[in-house]
Design a protein around this ligand. Sequence first.
Ligand SMILES: [Zn+2]
Ligand SMILES: [Zn+2]
Length: 243
Amino acid sequence: MKYDTRVGYQRAVKLIGPPERCDMCGKKFPERLKKPMTSTHLEPDQPTIDHILPRAKGGGNAKENLRWVCFRCNSMKADRLQCTRCREYKDASAFPADKHKRNGLGSACQKCVTDFINDYYKTEKGKAKRSARNATRLGRERRMFNSAKQRAKSKKLEFTITLTDVKLPEDDLCPVLGIPILLQDYQSDNSPSLDRIDNSRGYTPENVMVISNRANRLKRNGTAEEHYRIFRYMTNQLKKDDL
Ligand SMILES: [Zn+2]
Ligand SMILES: [Zn+2]
């Protein structure tokens, strides 16, 4: 475990007062360990100076960034960041980007941010806001774009489209079935749906089209060849020599 030795014990005492209890586990420091630390042979209950925002991530030696924690807790923390909401220590990669912060990362972890947003959309206010947004063309296109981005990520699909590639049909009709496309709040046959024309390919500008939910559901992951065979079957044109 390495920690800053440039901020000396006495200097820290001047800045934040003598060590009383660990700021992480709350345990009182034993009297005999309240003395300047050496970098070797630290005991688990030894007070150590902790940089709340690790120095490696841009945290400085100002008193606002310093606190006393026991060596045990400090060792567990390593150079991880503490989430201001769940108080858990996580790797920097678990935090969303925030260009307004000095270290470029948000103060709450991605999971907490996501939970917070989801909780908001469960409230009446959040629900009203979401439906108002989904009822606008741009709002709906943005939602389809964002869900596609999520799906691409989880299914590891190519994703090179931008928001301008997600366009509701100008005439508000499904280009496949000709049925109306409606921006209702609930999912129906008439809801718009972003389709990958060739299911074996990802979200690329030439491979996406907004079609009706019904067309997308019927098409599912079938190939053109398979749909042609289904068409022949349904119209009684299927002959044994086709198979
Ligand atoms: Zn502790
Ligand atoms: Zn969190």
